[in-house]
Ligand binder design. Structure first.
Ligand code: HEC
Length: 150
């Protein structure tokens, strides 16, 4: 008799155990908020400097101003070669307005004469060097000399 009771009890235990033995599924950990993109107050890093120096951009007005103060005494205000000193110069400065001359020389020739003087391109040392001019001033003067063409 007793064995029946034990067996029933055992069955009951097994039945109960099956139902309640499974643990609830483990909860996924709460997502960690992503770190802030940048610390508060931190500014974006400065753009990397351009490794290539951009070519000097000529400014015609700058070239005109430099020409008036440094060149016109010999070359003339209009670049015609009749500056105040021109009569004393041998050879005399040429007329920059002549299209044929403009077409015969390169920009590099003009900039070389101006910055390094006449001898740098086989001309007279009477044409003085202007080594203090920076690339932008040189480009501006060259552009101004080009603009004198008629
Ligand atoms: C002291 C007078 C004098 C001054 C100042 C002077 N030049 Fe000259 N320049 C000359 C003479 C003279 C020549 C001609 C040289 C030759 O033909 O051998 C010349 C030649 C040149 C040439 C070359 C022309 C060619 O035949 O290819 C250029 C370009 C020029 N000068 C530009 C300038 C500019 C720009 C300035 C001012 C920054 C300047 N010069 C200042 C006297 C001068």
């Amino acid at each position: 008799m007793r064995s029946w009771i034990l067996l029933a009890g055992a069955l009951a235990l097994v039945a109960c155990g099956e139902g309640g033995s499974s643990d609830p599924p483990a909860r996924a950990p709460a997502p960690v908020p992503p770190p802030a993109a940048s610390a508060p107050g931190a500014s974006a890093p400065p753009a990397a400097p351009d490794p290539h120096t951009p070519p000097a951009r000529p400014v015609l007005a700058d070239g005109a101003a430099i020409f008036r103060t440094r060149c016109a005494t010999c070359h003339g205000e209009s670049g015609d070669g009749n500056g105040a000193l021109a009569g004393a110069l041998k050879p005399p400065p040429r007329d920059f307005r002549q299209a044929a001359w403009q077409e015969s020389v390169s920009d590099a020739h003009i900039e070389s004469v101006i910055s390094q003087g006449g001898p740098s391109v086989g001309l007279s040392p009477i044409m003085p060097a202007h080594p203090d001019l920076d690339a932008g001033q040189l480009a501006s003067l060259r552009a101004y000399v080009r603009s004198l063409a008629r």
